[in-house]
Design a protein around this ligand. Structure first.
Ligand code: ADP
Ligand code: MG
Length: 311
């Protein structure tokens, strides 16, 4: 494409809330054959909230929540934000109270944290008030040899079937509770998947989250179950993209998280959600500033129309 064509396309993109960082990716966009979507924060709104809490010990609920939220306070993960947000009552409409707790954005529940460690694709681990706290998925508990009682297993299955994510909490090596967190689908997800299909582009869902939740979200979004890959680590997202590139031609990746950045860089066209993490935005060729997935379709249209004509 000529520099003028790229400049025009970049301008039109900007008007539509699409930040195009360079002409090369824009040029490639018109030849995309497959699009890989991340789940949390991409196909879903990334504004999950707590929908259930189950405790498997005699721990007081406030203690459980304060320990959990303190451990998550330093994490950027949407699930962590949901827990912190719950403690800060951000979802309450009026200033006063929702469920008896006063509105407080002052983090007065926050306890003393040390040795914080974020474990990509699994969760977090740190010390709160001297106790070792693990917050994350089953993989994390398995890694750390935390036993999951059958009562907890039953509950996990229920949460997953409702397209929710479960967050397991272990204190000093023992599982104390599970939070069910649900994240509604982005309202334009299924419309975009449908339109891509009409353009001859296949959509895929690749996530670090569990299979049941991933499939439930795929069904809602209109993505074929056969195009779902779940429980993968960040580098496995990259492997998947490389496999698609070998078999199906050019691949775009849409994501928001730290865990998506290697895949965003590996894809022929990396698209980051505007409210995503800095590292995702840095790794991407295109940024969807309005957080709308429609930008994916607009970008491809733009590439086809603007560049093809002036070429
Ligand atoms: P996704 O690909 O859906 O964006 P990630 O790769 O970021 O998911 O994380 C995969 C899984 O690891 C999450 O679904 C969750 O179960 C767990 N996880 C990661 N970080 C956290 C955290 N801070 N708190 C709780 N769970 C987490
Ligand atoms: Mg994500």
């Amino acid at each position: 494409a000529t520099p003028t064509a790229v400049m025009v396309a970049t301008g039109v993109g900007a008007e539509n809330g699409i930040l195009i960082k360079g002409g090369d990716a824009l040029e490639r966009a018109k030849s995309i054959r497959s699009i890989v979507f991340d789940k949390t924060g991409t196909l879903t709104r990334g504004r999950p909230s707590i929908v259930s809490i189950h405790l498997f010990s005699d721990i007081k609920l406030t203690d459980f929540l304060e320990l959990t939220a303190s451990a998550e306070a330093a994490s950027e993960h949407p699930l962590a934000k949901a827990i912190v947000q719950y403690m800060n009552c951000e979802s309450s409409v009026d200033d006063e109270t929702t469920d008896g707790r006063t509105m407080a954005k002052n983090f007065d529940w926050l306890r003393k944290i040390s040795d914080f460690e974020s474990i990509p694709g699994k969760g977090v681990r740190c010390r709160v008030d001297g106790k070792v706290i693990l917050v994350g998925n089953k993989k994390l508990m398995l890694d750390e040899s935390v036993d999951i009682p059958s009562k907890a297993e039953e509950h996990l299955t229920l949460v997953e079937q409702k397209a929710g994510s479960e967050v397991l909490v272990a204190i000093d090596g023992k599982l104390h509770g599970v939070l069910g967190i649900a994240d509604p689908l982005n309202i334009d997800a299924s419309v975009v998947v449908h339109r891509l299909k009409k353009m001859g582009i296949s959509s895929y869902l690749v996530t670090g989250d569990n299979w049941t939740t991933a499939k439930a979200v795929a069904v809602e979004a209109g993505i074929d179950i056969g195009n779902v890959v779940a429980e993968v680590l960040p580098w496995e997202k990259v492997e998947f993209i490389k496999k698609l590139q070998e078999n199906n031609g050019l691949v775009a990746m849409v994501g928001d998280g730290i865990n998506d950045s290697p895949a965003l860089a590996a894809a022929d066209v990396g698209m980051a959600i505007g409210t995503g993490t800095d590292i995702a935005i840095e790794s991407a060729d295109i940024v969807l500033m309005r957080n709308s997935l429609e930008g994916v379709v607009t970008t491809i249209d733009l590439s086809k129309k603007t560049l093809a004509r002036i070429h």
